[in-house]
Design a protein around this ligand. Sequence first.
Ligand code: IMO
Ligand code: MG
Length: 422
Amino acid sequence: MKKIDVVLGLQWGDEGKGKVVDVLTPRYNVIARFQGGPNAGHSLHFNNKSYVLHTIPSGIFRDGTINVIGNGVVVDPVILAEEIHELEATGVDVLSKMIISKRAHLILPTHRMLDAASEAAKGAGKIGSTLKGIGPTYMDKTGRNGLRMGDVLSPAFLERYNALKAKHDEILRLQYNFEYDITEYEAKWMEGIELLKKFPIVDTEIEVNKYLTEDKPILAEGAQGSMLDVDFGTYPFVTSSNTLCSGVCTGLGVAPTRIGEVYGIFKAYCTRVGSGPFPTELFDETGEKLRQLGHEFGATTGRPRRCGWLDMVALKYAVMMNGVTSLIMMKSDILNDFDTIKVCVGYEVNGERIDYFPFEVADEVTPIYREFKGWNCDTTKMRTYDELPAEFKEYVEYIESETGVSIGIISLGPDREETIVR
Ligand code: IMO
Ligand code: MG
């Protein structure tokens, strides 16, 4: 029986998952999302065009693929319908290539309002959420109040929708004193539901396991990143799902013994969008240089991303918990023009050195850096590992020796072609 391969982000999201899945998809028939929702923004570039996917798996552009929205995903019908329309306008036949789990939870318009109200109430302590309603939807899921995709097929759907909406209304009014008007969004939401009803809304866990017995290669596509995992990330500045490899089992309904390769994606440096600890964050011109060269602005919200050097402590923690079998290094070209490149190899906390990711990352955590000589040349046209400059290889080999995992793919630019597969 085939195993399910996994690709996921090892940092704070935005590692370049869209591009990697797009590069890997020729090897797979099935691409499946297992967690998260429209808080994700997976960018793909090919034929001189850019696309951003939020809910739809990144296999959608390849003919002959099946794209699965798994039970662990939360779906906003407005955003998903917009994605479908945009893809169809460019000639992608989404309808024939996508299936949706009956068990995926629905993001209601009032979930978005709850997200906004909760963030506003937190004031300076806000998470910096994408405000897509992710947290409140997962809260209703674990609180056993949620509406699921399969419910849209029930004659009692509207009744259930109105009951949950009424519950939210009460919280918004009484707890948050929050004023809002969702009339327009709600109308679009109902239109979105009608569009989604045209898709197969099925028991995707049965389908996925059937593909496995049929030896169809499957790739699970993670969203967000390991350091945003609700259990192991920088809580409470995290997302509301398990972004780690273990999320594949619960988010698609596959057994742990069915997990195959785990591709861990990281950027050659670090970014974070939203609030929360980020030990290697740079507040100087070097950080600004990374942001400008790396176009580090959110694909979902347009917010400028916080930038800093690669954090090996966090990376090793993520590699450990995901059981990464192969590393993928993204955006290494952004470092082409630096005399010195730094990597955080440990933290100093209260005068003591630690080399693990602590329970709480307070301001007193000072990164300890190792310096590498920059390669200072344009690598974007290089297509083999041998062509790369010695300093570049030293950086790669250092990361490999520290993590104990080899780097199988190196990305040298946004385009599909600008990739070295070793
Ligand atoms: P992709 O898949 C980067 C961050 C938000 C915020 C926190 C919680 O494109 O890598 P949420 O909306 O989930 O309640 O926000 O998580 N966040 C992301 N950061 N990339 C993402 O997805 C993210 N999805 C959520 O900025 O700090
Ligand atoms: Mg993103």
